[in-house]
Design a protein around this ligand. Structure first.
Ligand SMILES: [Zn+2]
Ligand SMILES: [Zn+2]
Length: 375
């Protein structure tokens, strides 16, 4: 930057703010980069440099602190911090009346108020149960950790008997306004106060139990009753049992996601169950009683004479229980006729004799099969 800010703006050392503003306005209009867009690169560059200089001089001389420092030390060195978390453009000082149309597109982005009540986070717990546990329902104790308000300090983070002081840097507001230089002049950004992290208060005597955070992580046990009929992937919600909220906000929830392990025999669809059941060749042929395994114990079922592989029988009320209803789904049994193996000579002979006695009308599906193959 050039040597003397007063010279740059063409004002005297004791110029009043109004004079400085007026001088700045006329110079900024003269050197504004927009006016040089059609000029040569060298001219553009020169105007840009000049424009920067003007803006910088204006920014220093209209800030009482910086101007005083500059008058005294020849440098405006002041506290500056840039790029801090949460900073956003919130406005422009000084020449908004002239160039507001140029800058309006910069917009404003405000950070969330760190002192607003915030709901605590939810906790997700997963529990795997067996198929039979899902049939009968089961009780599980689930261990988990959650964030709770520190009972020693009541969440303030300050040691008992001590009080948090108002933050002197931000005066208790939690935000600080920082002036920054830009190509087009001074920008005022508002950011979270770095001293108090936006709380507005500073704790000098910290609560030992929570290290000043106001929260502690506690090991808890959730007594979880998984009701009969629970299906895979279903979630149970325990309201308000999750992590503690902040600034008086409510606690989050606990979500328990239930996984039901698959079973080699039973397949569930909605509230019905499906099994495939092998039955002896003789029972399929002659009919007879079989024991159908259900989740509630064996169930005697009368297989009708002439039953074929693939035939499905429905056993009412032996499926899954509906949640919170005394209603049950059904059990569907798909039959598979078993061909006997390792027959003795005598058995083979008698079966052979039997086979010769069979007429085509007694094996309808075989006759139909060959008929369908014809042209
Ligand atoms: Zn505490
Ligand atoms: Zn502060």
């Amino acid at each position: 930057m050039a040597s003397n800010y007063y010279e740059i703006l063409g004002v005297s050392k004791d110029a009043k703010d109004e004079e400085i503003k007026a001088a700045y306005r006329s110079l900024a209009k003269k050197y504004h980069p927009d006016l040089y867009s059609t000029k040569s690169e060298a001219e553009k560059k020169a105007a840009e440099e000049k424009f920067k200089e003007i803006n910088h001089a204006y920014q220093v001389l209209t800030d009482p602190q910086k101007r005083a420092a500059y008058d005294q030390y020849g440098s405006e060195d002041g506290p500056q911090f840039t790029g801090g978390a949460g900073g956003g453009f919130s406005g422009f000082d000084g020449f908004g009346d002239i160039f507001s149309n140029i800058f309006s597109s910069f917009g404003g982005r405000r950070t969330a108020n760190p002192n607003a009540p915030r709901r605590g986070d939810d906790i997700l717990l997963r529990v795997a149960i067996s198929f039979f546990e899902s049939v009968r329902g089961v009780h599980k104790d689930l261990n988990y950790k959650r964030r709770e308000t520190c009972s020693t300090c009541g969440g303030s983070g300050a040691k008992k008997g001590s009080v948090a002081k108002n933050c002197s840097r931000c005066g208790g507001t939690g935000t600080v306004r920082v002036k920054q230089n830009s190509l087009f002049g001074q920008i005022v950004t508002e950011s979270v106060c770095p001293d108090c992290k936006g709380k507005g208060k500073i704790i000098t005597d910290v609560c030992k139990d929570c290290s000043g955070t106001g929260f502690i992580l506690k090991q808890r046990v959730l007594s979880c009753d998984i009701i009969a009929g629970m299906s895979d992937g279903r979630t149970m919600i325990y309201r308000g049992q999750g992590n503690a909220g902040e600034n008086g906000g409510p606690s989050g929830d606990i979500q328990v996601e239930v996984t039901v392990r698959s079973h080699p025999l039973y397949n569930r669809r909605e509230n019905d169950l499906y099994i495939e059941m092998p039955i002896p060749f003789a029972i399929a042929t002659l009919g007879g009683e079989v024991d159908v395994p259900t989740p509630y114990g064996p169930y005697k079922y009368k297989i009708p004479e002439g039953t074929q592989t693939g035939q499905v029988f429905k056993i009412k009320g032996k499926g899954m229980k509906y949640i919170r209803k005394e209603v049950y789904g059904d059990l569907y049994v798909t039959v598979k006729v078993v061909t006997p193996t390792k027959l003795t000579k005598a058995q083979k002979e008698s079966l052979s004799t039997f086979a010769q006695s069979i007429s085509s009308g007694q094996q309808e599906s075989i006759r139909k099969f060959y008929d369908s193959a014809k042209e």
